[in-house]
Ligand binder design. Structure first.
Ligand SMILES: O=P(O)(O)OC[C@@]1(O)O[C@H](CO)[C@@H](O)[C@@H]1O
Length: 635
């Protein structure tokens, strides 16, 4: 390992242990995730095939990327060596490639954490090297549809938090910060921190098999004291660390808190609710959010996700039942099903456009067939059968087939909508695309006087260019209910506050949301997607460390961030968390909010470890159990 890497005194988790979740992920979950990306790309290309203007180059390029994804899936399944990541003009892959040159790992003998980070960085390079798909986020449609289905849980939380925020602001305006100190306010911090913790259970990379209904059940913890008490028993470390974190928040004058984000959608929403309440108590004057600079672990927050989330929450229709099921604009349920994003059957031989293995026949031929009233594809043509999760394993190509074609049935129900993949949030045709959302949004926005984004969605409102700023917006963000139309909901009103917080610099997204996906980013923010564990942060990212040391509390969300804090090493579970953090421990006050979804753990008592082993053999990985840990600053 290179010199700027700390080596823990215990081995790292890897798929060499066939009993581990590392092995199950490498053998099963990652191939399913790759199949999901192939499906998403197929659907995006499918939507393009109905564009009014010629999209054949983009479609052809999609099939090239699909071929690369298929080969990656093939090579992974056969435990090939990890190949160097090409220099794709984005964040330098040199760190990954230097290690690979030294170690020569394969998929199943590499450290699990390294291999998984490598997988997502390599995936990024497939799109970064393209001409038409450079800003395409292959997980956007999953993130969007999961977020849309979280509406009921979000409204439940927002109703409660809106009241808590206004109560806190009223208390502060009457009695200053002292008025929001003490037991009652600490209890509310517990509730909101635990809502943020359990929001982490909504992790699409894990929930490859759960339905959105299951996800909603997971999210339905809510804020009721009973619900929280019931779930507190699943926090293996107890919740005393929240008392320590709250004492830190109350005591320190410095008003900055940082949140190292995890998943977009519902989890990000719970982080924003916590952050807004912290501001309203007067103990915090700024919250800095740290997203990932590229599509990461399926559902992690990108800068575009951060911006889109605020925009989407302002829309009166984003969580509408129709939008959630994608059956908006009157499409029948059955057509909606036919339109679903996972191609159950890929069939047909496509006349390959020159050298491209295109999905389509030539434009001219399609037009000719349409004029004759024929389907754009010959029925019954031989082809490849692959189920939605790509469980066929090897992608054998039928003899003579030059490429892939979508089942003709897709072409009967596709909307004639131009969906350009040159937008990071492009979604496939099976869910409402953000451009459509923004069209709705603009209609709604113009009615309610809200700032609207551009209709083509390509130059979305970035947080830094968010509407207004100035006294009125400042005031609105502070305490008055914003006048965003009589139809406003609690979440819309809170989102309006959050846009005002952004405009006033009280909410900061550490990476400018308009930053291209995968780009090299300033301030060391690219570190979060590097090959490093966080133990290396002091040596590998001194600029980022200096930033985090300005914060009175740094909150790390989720399982992957915890795996990186612990170097994903095989610590005895009773190892003190600060010991397992290695050189990073003590540089700044740290609060870890993690639902357990991987092999690694630390910070438990031996009694608790014994108890949970007897309670649930899968406690490490099924997302039902959690740890909450506070590590005090000592350096
Ligand atoms: O960081 P999150 O989103 O909480 O969880 C991400 C993650 O822990 O989930 C999977 C294990 O289930 C791993 O592949 C990955 O590291």
């Amino acid at each position: 390992m290179p010199t700027d890497t700390w080596t823990p005194p215990v081995p790292l988790w890897s798929a060499t242990d066939k009993q581990s979740f590392a092995y199950e992920s490498t053998a099963k979950r990652w191939p399913e995730i790759l199949a999901g990306v192939i499906s998403a790309l197929h659907n995006a290309a499918h939507a393009l095939s109905y564009s009014h203007s010629s999209q054949s180059d983009k479609i052809a390029e999609a099939s090239v990327i699909i071929e690369r994804l298929s080969k990656l899936k093939h090579d992974m399944g056969r435990d090939h060596k990890l190949e160097p990541i090409p220099d794709d003009g984005g964040a330098s892959p040199a760190g990954y490639n230097d290690v690979l040159q030294q170690e020569g790992w394969t998929w199943f003998n590499a450290p699990w954490l390294f291999a998984e980070c490598y997988l997502y960085r390599l995936l990024r390079s497939f799109f970064a090297q393209s001409k038409h798909w450079q800003t395409y986020d292959p997980f956007s449609s999953q993130k969007l549809s999961a977020f849309r289905s979280s509406g009921s849980a979000i409204n439940q939380l927002a109703t409660t938090v809106e009241e808590l925020v206004h109560k806190a602001e009223a208390a502060v305006s009457n009695g200053g910060r002292a008025a929001t100190s003490g037991d009652g306010w600490r209890t509310i911090f517990h509730l909101l921190a635990q809502a943020s913790l359990w929001g982490n259970a909504t992790d699409l990379s894990l929930l490859t098999s759960l339905s959105h209904a299951d996800i909603q059940t997971l999210q339905s913890g809510g804020l009721s004291a009973e619900a929280q008490a019931e779930r507190a028993r699943f926090i293996l470390t107890g919740t005393e660390s929240l008392d320590e974190a709250w004492a830190r928040i109350e005591s320190e004058e410095n008003g900055r808190v940082d949140i190292v984000l995890d998943n977009s959608g519902f989890e990000l929403l719970t982080d924003l609710l916590l952050a807004d309440w912290l501001l309203s108590t007067g103990h915090v004057t700024q919250v800095v959010f740290h997203p990932k600079n590229m599509p990461w672990f399926v559902s992690d927050v990108t800068p575009a996700d951060f911006a889109h989330t605020l925009e989407a929450l302002l829309s009166p229709t984003f969580f509408s039942p129709a939008a959630a099921t994608g059956s908006s604009r009157g499409r029948s349920e059955s057509r909606q099903r036919a339109f679903q994003a996972s191609p159950a059957v890929l069939s047909g031989e496509a006349r390959a456009a020159k050298g491209s293995g295109a999905l389509q026949m030539s434009e001219e031929e399609i037009e000719e067939r349409k004029k004759r009233g024929e389907s754009p594809h010959p029925r019954g043509s031989r082809g490849l059968v692959m189920d939605a999760q790509g469980r066929t394993g090897e992608m054998e190509k039928p003899k003579g087939s030059m490429g892939l074609a979508l089942d003709p049935s897709y072409f009967q129900s596709a909307r004639s909508r131009t969906v350009s993949p040159s937008r990071s949030y492009v979604v496939d045709a099976s869910v409402t695309s953000f451009s459509a959302l923004y069209e709705e949004e603009n209609e709604d926005a113009s009615r309610s006087g809200l700032p609207s984004s551009t209709s083509d969605g390509s130059t979305l409102n970035t947080l830094s260019s968010a509407s207004a700023g100035g006294a009125d917006e400042e005031e609105r963000g502070r305490s008055r209910r914003p006048d965003i139309g009589t139809q406003s909901t609690p979440i819309m009103r809170l989102a309006q506050r959050w846009k005002a917080h952004v405009a006033a610099g009280r909410f900061v997204c550490a990476i400018e949301p308009s930053t291209p996906l995968g780009a090299e980013v300033a301030g060391g923010e690219g570190f979060w997607c590097s090959h490093h564990s966080f133990a290396d942060l002091p040596t590998a990212a001194p600029e980022l460390l200096a930033e985090l040391k300005k914060s009175k509390l740094v909150i790390f969300k989720g399982d992957l961030n915890t795996r990186k804090l612990l170097s994903d090493a095989r610590w005895p579970n009773s190892t003190p968390f600060a010991v397992a953090m290695g050189p990073l421990a003590g540089h700044f006050a740290t609060l870890v909010l993690r639902t357990c979804k991987a092999d690694v753990c630390a910070g438990l008592t031996q009694e608790k470890e014994k108890w949970v082993e007897a309670e649930d053999a899968k406690w490490r990985v099924n997302g039902k159990w959690a740890i909450v840990v506070y590590v005090a600053p000592t350096k």
